[in-house]
Each structure stands twice: as C-alpha cells, then as structure tokens.
Design a protein around this ligand. Structure first.
Ligand SMILES: Cc1ncc(COP(=O)(O)O)c(C=O)c1O
Length: 381
C-alpha cells in the first residue's frame, strides 16, 4: 500500500489548498516542475540536436508509458494535443461499417463527443437518455443499436455524476449488431485500472490533464490493431506518414501503425510534464489510487447523506471512483466562496462537483466537507 502522507509532499499545491478538483486539473507534482525546467534547459543548451538527444527519446518513452497505462499492444496508440483533436481524427478516420449513418452517444457524455459528429453532415446523432439523471445502463444503449448504427461513442465515467459505465457490456452490444465502439476515458485515466483489450473497444481516447497530473497538451488515442490498416483520417500531417523525412509531397502513404493518427510537430514542452505525471501515477499504482478514491468518495457521500444534501453519484462502490456531485442552485457562488477559504471545487450547471486528490488526508476531507456543506446551506444575502 502506498505511503499517502509521503506522496503528498510530491504536490506542493496540496499544502495551500484542500484540493477537491483533481478530475479537472490534477496538481503539478515536483517531478513535473523539474521536467518543465529540464525542457527549457535541454532546448537552450543544445539547439537543434536536442531533437535526437532528448526529445524523440522522450516521445518514445511517453508512448511506452501510455501503452502501459492502457495495456495496449505496441503500435496501437498515438499522441494527440487534446481529447477533442483525438476524437476529430477518429471521427473522420475510423473505418465505420459501410451504409450506416447513426452515431449513438450517451445523454450524460462530455459535450465534445457530441460535437464531433454533430459537426459532420451525413451522420445522424442519437442520444441515449438517462432515466435517473445519474446512470445509463448498458441495456439502454443495446436497445437503440440497430442496422443503421455505425458507432457507439461514450465516456467511461460520466463527468457530471461520477458513474462508471460497464464499457465491456456496451462494446459487446455494439459488436453484436455490427457497430463499432469508441470510449472516452479521460475521467478514468489515472484513477481506474485500464485494459483496452479486455474492454474490447475499437477506439479509446484519454489524456494527462486530470488524474494523471500531467498538465494540458498531452492526450492520446488507441485503435484496435486489426482496424489500423483501414484507418484513414481526412485531415493529417507529415508525421502521420510512413517516412516523414522522405519529404514526399505528391503522394500520401500513411504509417503502418497508429502513428498514422498523429499530425505535425509535437508540443514537446507539454509532453515533458505529461510524462512526469504519468510515470508518477504508474509508480504509485492506479489500482491503489482507485481504492483510495473510493474510500474518500464513500465519506463524501456519507457526509452529504447526514446533511440531507442530494447527490447525483451512484452508491455502489464499483460503479464510481473519484467524482461526487451535489445538488446546488448557485454552484458558482459556492465555488468562489470555498476558494476564498482555501478549498478548490468545481461547479457545473445545478451542481457542485467534488473530486478529491488521492493525497487529501482524512482531516482535510472533513474540514473541506464542513465548509462545502456550510456554503451549500447558507446563501449570500
Ligand atoms: C470525459 C471528457 N472528455 C473530453 C474532455 C475534453 O477534453 P479536451 O479539452 O482535451 O478536448 C473532457 C474535459 O473535461 C472530459 O471530461
């Protein structure tokens, strides 16, 4: 079991705030700060040769760590600057079953998933409703998959309720009717053990910003290896080609592996930080972080129940992980007042969202919850 108290000193921000917003922006670890400083030093001391001495090896190492996080086979993952860009590439590039034009998305999914296909003429987007505003059972997806459904695209864990979907059941339902399945795991990368092969999804996207504490600019995607030869994004760049340094202009030959999903020069500064966060979390062990977060969210739910505050997060321990959302008719006001008192939370329409960092200790959680519940109950006049 990790020594949470010792690990806490890796995150200086946690000494200044009770941090209950790790699912939005993970705190910067000391190793991340050191990596950003190393990036500037490497660039400044070497100039162009830095590409070969440090930057390309760093990208290789990042790819290895991404594969470890996802349990993905070699050659099946690519780096992207954001999850939206990763989704955009997949939206045009995935070899969807011919003659089908329907994309099925969960009503509680993150908006950027819907936008990918709403922006593309020729697709009909259908949203699977949630009966309780908190969950969508896999059967609700299964019922709507028909002979027109090309793709089921949904998130692993809902960002406004914290519900962890049974994505294997959704993928099975899609495949049973000849459709593909894409999973957005941004809210599970770093807090739920991942195995894209066991999930049996056709594509997966995620990134380092949130639970991986790697800052913005490092996202990634996976495509099932058998599909890769037929993946042809409509919008690409020279680093997606088989041999970028041939400088071939008049023909496009995609890389054989998932690098065909990449585009141009990588945002290397971001990847220094992204790699540092990812390596720290892999060292701690995602399965331990998951257990810790389930303990912390158990306690948040208990405190809300005792105070009579309505929550939108499932009770079953294995159907949630790090997010609990609370009903609130003035979430932005509550967020601002908590910030003024040293507690960082997030607001979403009609809700205050709590996602404790896994190094928040028990005393801090109690103090944080005292303040959250007090602000919820006492509006500013
Ligand atoms: C589940 C999920 N997907 C996608 C995004 C957006 O990712 P990006 O800003 O990298 O496009 C978020 C951001 O909060 C998210 O929670």
């Amino acid at each position: 079991m990790p020594d949470w108290q010792a690990l806490r000193s890796e995150f200086p921000l946690l000494d200044r705030y009770i941090y209950l917003n790790a699912c939005s922006l993970g705190p910067l670890p000391r190793s991340g700060r050191a990596a950003i400083e190393r990036y500037a030093r490497d660039w400044d001391t070497q100039g162009t040769p830095v590409w070969f001495s440090d930057w390309l090896p760093l990208l290789d190492r990042l790819r290895t760590r991404i594969r470890a996080l996802l349990n993905a086979p070699e050659g099946s993952t690519a780096i992207a600057p954001s999850v939206s860009v990763a989704l955009t590439t997949l939206a045009s590039g995935l070899p969807l079953p011919p003659g089908r034009d329907k994309i099925l998305i969960g009503e509680l999914d993150f908006p950027t998933i819907g936008h990918q296909w709403l922006s593309r003429p020729g697709f009909e987007v259908e949203f699977v409703p949630s009966k309780d505003g908190m969950t969508i059972p896999p059967e609700a997806f299964a019922e709507r998959i028909d002979g027109r459904t090309a793709l089921v695209a949904t998130t692993h864990l809902f960002y406004t309720t914290g519900y962890l979907q049974d994505v294997r059941a959704i993928a099975d339902a899609a495949h049973a009717k000849g459709a593909l399945c894409l999973i957005d795991g941004y809210q599970t990368c770093g807090c739920v053990p991942l195995d894209v092969v066991a999930m049996d999804c056709d594509a997966f996207v995620g990134g380092c910003l949130k639970w991986l504490s790697g800052g913005p600019g490092t996202a990634f995607l996976y495509v099932r290896p058998e599909l890769i030869p037929n993946v042809r994004p409509q919008g690409t760049g020279w680093f997606a080609t088989r041999d970028p340094f041939s400088f071939t202009l008049e023909e496009l030959v995609f890389a054989d592996d998932a690098r065909r999903l990449e585009t141009g020069t990588w945002a290397v500064a971001c990847h220094y930080a992204g790699l540092a966060g990812l390596e720290l979390i892999l060292d701690v062990g995602v399965e331990h972080i998951q257990d810790r977060l389930r303990d912390l969210t158990d306690r948040i739910l208990e405190r809300c129940d005792e105070a009579g505050v309505k929550t939108f997060t499932p009770r079953e321990r294995d159907r949630r992980c790090g997010i609990v959302t609370l009903e609130c008719d003035r979430p932005e006001e509550v967020e601002a007042r908590l910030h003024a008192e040293g507690v960082i939370v997030d607001s979403r329409p009609g809700r205050v969202r709590l996602s404790p960092h896994w190094c928040v200790n028990e005393a801090e959680l109690e103090r944080g919850m005292d303040l959250v519940l007090e602000k919820l109950k006492t509006p500013v006049r």
